[in-house]
Design a protein around this ligand. Structure first.
Ligand code: 13P
Ligand code: SF4
Length: 311
């Protein structure tokens, strides 16, 4: 619409005036992705945040992502359009309870999925994302026991992939646990030539029937390079915008959710809290801003830095 385009133009002008960069996750609304300087998965966004020379970083994503960008740039202003854009995985791992678990297993190395709070990162030895998790686990000496948090689905997938036994925190992503295996198999029967691709945050029974498992960027690359022309995509539906742009002639079908919410697919309500209007307001007013304690940032930086060095 005219209003949307008008707002997008104003945003682009404003970010140039303010020397700001907009980083957006693939799960953001298309109208947000369209004005972003960079769209990526969690790892790519963290890398971009570590490299940017912009004075202001506007993070179109969820809280833990903006927090990571702030930890990588303590002297820069990092903005998040809606501070309530959380994450069920990050919420599932409260620091006090996690500290207790860690104290019970003092000889264990702590590997945390980037989808956790800054405070949990301060309790970690190394951070990982879905695109480098296997490599990170494999970099740890075989005889070193591991605690993996907070995603139990990604954790058990990694145990199978690496052959390592790990102690798992009992957390999950509500979006990736919403897929229905029955509906997925029915859809597959109707589209027998389709390839099923899934994010490793999905439950084991979904991963068992998947032809490819990978991060959001991994899935995009797979679809681009595959000879097949139909794909059933088991991750947040926002990915379909960029995917369809990459492969305009291929058929992309979102994997069905157990219960229909706003769409028949699975959407992250936290990611969708950001709107184009909120994004504009946030850059204009330079708030809401991510503010973190210096000591917390310093401690949380170590495991992120270790991950980036290995990626
Ligand atoms: P990736 O961006 O690493 O694929 O993670 C997906 C996700 O759920 C982000 O919140
Ligand atoms: Fe968190 Fe899942 Fe939403 Fe990603 S999709 S932000 S893991 S709730």
């Amino acid at each position: 619409t005219e209003r949307k385009e008008n707002l997008q133009q104003k945003l682009i002008k404003l970010k140039e005036e303010k020397n700001a960069v907009i980083l957006a996750h693939y799960y953001q609304e298309p109208e947000i992705q369209e004005v972003a300087d960079f769209i990526g998965d969690s790892l790519e966004l963290a890398k971009k945040a570590a490299q940017t020379s912009a004075e202001i970083i506007v993070f179109a994503g969820v809280h833990f992502m903006a927090e990571t960008a702030k930890i990588l740039n303590p002297s820069k202003k990092v903005l998040l359009p809606d501070l309530n854009a959380g994450c069920s995985l990050a919420e599932s791992c409260p620091p006090d309870a996690f500290r207790e678990m860690k104290e019970k297993y003092p000889d264990h190395m702590v590997v945390t999925y980037i989808n956790c709070s800054a405070e949990i990162k301060t309790l970690s030895d190394i951070v990982c994302t879905s695109s480098n998790a296997e490599k990170i686990i494999n970099s740890i000496p075989q005889d070193k026991p591991i605690i993996f948090a907070p995603d139990k689905n990604l954790g058990s997938y990694l145990m199978k992939k690496t052959g390592r036994k790990m102690l798992l925190w009992d957390g999950a992503c509500i979006v990736h646990e919403a897929f229905s295996l029955d509906k997925l198999l029915k859809l597959y029967k109707e589209n027998p030539s389709a390839m099923i691709i899934a994010h490793p945050e999905s439950e084991d029974h979904i991963l068992k029937v998947a032809n490819y498992i990978g991060s959001t960027s991994g899935m995009l690359n797979y679809v681009k390079n595959s000879d097949h022309d139909t794909f059933i995509v088991a991750t947040e539906a926002g990915i379909l915008h960029q995917m369809q742009k990459d492969v305009p002639n291929k058929i992309l079908i979102p994997a069905p959710a157990k219960e229909d919410n706003t769409c028949a697919c699975s959407e992250c309500a936290f990611m969708k809290m950001n709107t184009l209007q909120k994004l504009y307001n946030c850059l204009k007013n330079e708030e809401p801003e991510i503010i973190l304690d210096n000591d917390l940032m310093e401690k949380a930086h170590r495991p992120i830095k270790r991950m980036l060095e290995l990626s």
